[in-house]
Write a protein that binds this ligand. Structure first.
Ligand code: HEC
Length: 105
């Protein structure tokens, strides 16, 4: 019996790691699709719109977690260039996971 529990636990732990990894990928896909027309989404490169900050530098302006609410409730930064976006909770999680993974220290 104890063995079964141990096995289940390992299974769950491995599943979690995979899910977290998938989130980062999915976040990247979402941002590439919706934001790459202006922002630099990856670890290198410049965005197409010189006004739009590269995503890897957002962490130097404020904690990435602060974006969580904005993304879920509709991201509006108070300037006309950027369209408003709203994402579902799982998508927000994926986007945050990705953003955290690329921040420059
Ligand atoms: C049409 C161009 C465009 C698109 C598409 C776009 N942005 Fe932006 N974004 C901008 C510009 C320009 C700024 C700089 C605004 C400023 O500093 O006034 C900006 C700023 C930001 C900021 C920083 C806001 C701040 O207050 O510092 C965040 C975060 C952001 N964008 C997230 C996103 C996300 C997430 C997406 C995709 C879901 C996205 N943007 C898509 C143009 C765009």
């Amino acid at each position: 019996m104890r063995f079964v529990f141990a096995a289940l636990f390992c299974f769950a732990a491995a599943g979690y790691a995979v899910a977290a990894d998938g989130d980062v990928k999915r976040g990247e896909t979402l941002l590439t699709r919706h934001c790459a027309t202006c922002h630099a989404v990856g670890r290198v490169g410049a965005g197409l719109n010189p006004q739009a900050p590269p995503f890897r530098s957002l962490g130097t302006r404020y904690p990435i977690d602060a974006l969580e609410e904005a993304l879920g409730e509709g991201l509006m930064t108070g300037h006309p260039d950027m369209p408003e976006f709203q994402f579902s909770a799982p998508d927000v999680g994926a986007i945050i996971a990705y953003l955290k993974s690329i921040q420059q220290r």
